[in-house]
Design a protein around this ligand. Structure first.
Ligand code: B12
Ligand code: SF4
Ligand code: SF4
Length: 316
C-alpha cells in the first residue's frame, strides 16, 4: 500500500516489505483455527488450546477499543539469502535476521517509530506473542494468502517476513487491499519436502507435534524427536524447509543481496553455530547452568529452549 502517511524511504529503512490496513476485528479463518485446536493438532503448544483460544476469536478481546489495524511485513530476506548461499540450515533465518537480536524487541521499537507518524489515542502493538491470529490479520488486510505450508505468502515478497501490527482505537482514511486468493494451485512442494510429514495439505495446516520448529524451539525438555527428523538438513533451531522449497520465495530472493549482519554484542553467535563443531558447542552448554546459559543468550532469539532444550537439540 502506498499513501502519504509513511514515506517509502522511511519504511524501507525499517525493513518493511509491504503494509496494509483493516477494520475487521474477527478472523476470517477462525473456523479453521477452532477445528485445528479441537482436533488437538496444536499438540504440545498448550497456549493455543487453553483459555487463550477464545481470546483469538475477536481483536476486541485483546484490545477492547479496537477500530482498525495497520499491518506490516518485516523482512529477513537478506539473511535467508546468505544462509542459502552458504548452505547453512542449522538455525532458522528469522532468528539471525534482526542482527541476532530477539525480533520481538527489535520490531516493537520499529512499530513505535511508525506509530509516531499516525494520529492516535490508545494503541496496542502485536508481534507474535499476543493471542491474535496474526496471519489472519495480514490476510484480511489483503497482504497475502495462506499457503499449504500454512505460511502467509505475499505474491511479490514471498514468506520470509515477520508480521507486526498496530491496533488503533480509531479508523484512518485508508482502505484495505482486496483479499488475496490462493496461488498454490496444484503445487505440493512444501509437503513433499517436509522430512517429518508435518504438513496437512488438505487442511492447509501443520500437525504441530511433528514440526521440527516445535521440537527445536518450543520443547524445553528432553523429548524424542518427531519421526523423520533424522532426514532433515541438520536443523538445531527452527526450520525453514517448507519455505525454502516454495516457488513464491524464489524471485524475492533474486532481488536481494545475501547478508548476515550481527549486532556486535551477539557476534558470539557466529562462533557458536558456524565456527565450533557441534560437539564443542554441546560440551560448552553442558558446563553452563540453565540461568548462566539464559544470561549469555539474553536478548537473542536463542534463549527460549534453555539448557535442557539446547542439549536435546544438539544430541543429533
Ligand atoms: C504457534 C506458532 C507456531 C507453531 C505452530 C505453527 C502453525 N502453523 O500454527 C510452530 C512452533 C510450529 C511455529 C513454527 C513457525 N513459525 Co510460528 N507462530 C505461531 C503463532 C504464535 C501462532 C500461530 C497460530 O495461531 N497457529 C494456529 C494454526 C491453526 O494456524 P495456521 O496453521 O496458521 O492455520 C491458519 C491458516 O492456515 C488458515 N487456514 C487453514 N486452512 C485454510 C483454508 C482456507 C481456504 C483459508 C482461507 C484459510 C485456511 O486458518 C488457520 C487459522 O488462522 C504465530 C504468531 C501469532 N500470534 O499468530 C507465529 C507465526 C505464525 N510464526 C511465524 C514463523 C516465522 C514461523 C516459522 C517460519 C519459524 C521457523 N523458521 O521455525 C515456522 C514455520 C512453520 C510453518 N510452516 O508454519 C510467523 C509466520 C509469518 C508468515 N509469513 O506466515 C508468525 C505469524 C509470527 C509473526 N508475527 O510473524 N509457529
Ligand atoms: S517447518 Fe520444517 S518440519 Fe515444520 S512443517 Fe515446515 S518443513 Fe515441516
Ligand atoms: S510450496 Fe507450493 S504448495 Fe507449498 S506453500 Fe509454496 S506454493 Fe503453496
Amino acid at each position: 500500500m502506498s499513501t502519504g502517511l509513511f514515506p517509502e524511504k522511511f519504511l524501507q529503512g525499517l525493513g518493511v516489505l509491504d503494509w496494509s490496513y483493516t477494520e475487521e476485528a474477527v478472523p476470517r479463518s477462525l473456523d479453521h483455527f477452532e477445528a485445528w485446536t479441537e482436533a488437538g493438532l496444536h499438540g504440545p503448544l498448550r497456549y493455543l488450546g487453553d483459555h487463550r483460544r477464545e481470546l483469538r476469536q475477536d481483536l476486541r478481546n485483546v484490545f477492547p477499543e479496537f477500530r482498525s489495524a495497520l499491518v506490516f511485513l518485516f523482512s529477513y530476506q537478506e539473511t535467508k539469502k546468505y544462509l542459502l548461499d552458504e548452505g547453512r540450515h542449522d538455525v532458522a533465518a528469522y532468528a539471525l535476521g534482526f542482527g541476532g537480536a530477539d525480533y520481538h524487541t527489535v520490531l516493537r521499537s520499529r512499530l513505535e517509530a511508525i506509530l509516531e507518524r499516525v494520529p492516535h489515542g490508545k494503541s496496542f502493538l502485536s508481534i507474535d506473542m499476543p493471542p491474535i491470529l496474526e496471519r489472519d490479520i495480514a490476510y484480511r488486510a489483503g497482504l497475502g494468502w495462506f499457503g499449504k505450508n500454512s505460511m502467509l505468502i505475499n505474491r511479490k515478497h514471498g514468506s520470509y517476513f515477520i508480521i507486526g501490527s498496530i491496533l488503533l482505537d480509531q479508523t484512518l482514511p485508508l482502505k484495505a487491499n482486496d483479499l488475496d486468493t490462493d496461488h498454490c494451485g496444484q503445487c505440493t512442494a512444501c509437503a513433499d519436502a517436509c522430512p517429518t510429514e508435518a504438513i496437512d495439505v488438505e487442511k492447509r495446516t501443520l500437525i504441530a507435534e511433528k514440526c521440527i520448529s516445535t521440537y527445536t524451539i518450543e520443547l524445553m525438555k528432553e523429548a524424542p524427536p518427531p519421526p523423520g527428523f533424522e532426514n532433515s538438513r541438520g536443523e538445531i533451531f527452527g526450520c525453514d524447509i517448507c519455505q525454502d522449497v516454495c516457488p513464491w520465495n524464489r524471485k524475492p530472493l533474486e532481488r536481494v543481496i545475501g547478508m548476515l549482519r550481527l549486532n556486535p554484542d551477539f557476534a558470539f553467535i557466529r562462533e557458536w553455530f558456524y565456527e565450533w563443531p557441534r560437539h564443542k558447542l554441546r560440551s560448552f552448554i553442558e558446563t553452563q547452568s540453565n540461568r548462566g546459559l539464559r544470561k549469555l543468550l539474553s536478548g537473542t532469539a536463542f534463549d527460549r529452549p534453555g539448557r535442557e532444550g539446547w542439549l536435546k537439540n544438539l544430541r543429533r
